[in-house]
Unconditional design. Sequence first.
Length: 306
Amino acid sequence: MTNAPEITLKSWLMVGILGFTWGGTFLVTEIALEGLTPFWLAAGRIGFAAVLMTAIWAMLGFRLFEAPASRADWRAAMVIGALSSAVPFMLLAWGQQFVTSGFAGVSMAAVALIVLPLAHFLVPGERLTPRKGAGFIIGFIGVCVLIGAQAFETSGASMEPAGRLACIGAASCYAISSILMRRLPPVNTIGLSTVLLLIGAVLVIPIALIVEGPPPLPDTKTLVVVAILGLIPTAAANLLRVQVVRSAGPVFMSLTNYQVPIWSVVLGAALLGEPLPPSLMWALVLILAGVGLSQYGALRRLFGKG
């Protein structure tokens, strides 16, 4: 795709929905992990989402590339499928055993900072400017303020350095897959979303079997939770993510990672009675300021002043 990113009101709404959805995923995941091991949880949610999206894709005639695709395009789709779900899900599931939740949150926020320089060199229309760079750094500082000192505290685990590398590796997977996704030729959004999930399922299910053995027999509550995770934050959110990256670009999509910690904290307080951190307002100000600064041009165009 060579046309410049087009950021519209629909783009902002989709990014907002994704931030809210993924911010609440942590709460649901904790419930699922009570009855299922980490890799089989990843396999279950990706597998369910892949089956659901395949049924929808079949009704649309299995359309994918709008023109005959080259081998390079298919190889890129395979890599995107691995880096969009299976590999980062497994890296996070494994890494979070050895790091603090704060560090995991910061590593996900770092996706935006990884995307910026990559998009500057690899994606047309995504030039890195001082204003954009400053905005993303301010937003990242806001995430660190929200998470607080635990963002850089040690868990004391002997495998913590490897766990941190795994979390950063997961963030890099999301960044690289967004860049590659944007560079694909014209495709059907539902078809691409489905192919990415199918590739993820083909990778994660055998790995879960090798690492954790046969899946445990989950109870009804766990099955329902896995279905919810597969339907909303995996299938539906993956479709939205593809739409945002293909239309508004990977840099704009990465703003989602600044929202997720805020929604996680707010939903934790609303649903679980967890206390709101005193840093929430300062963090919110910094994140909104960073987003506004980095997307100043898009906001001017949105409100008809550019």
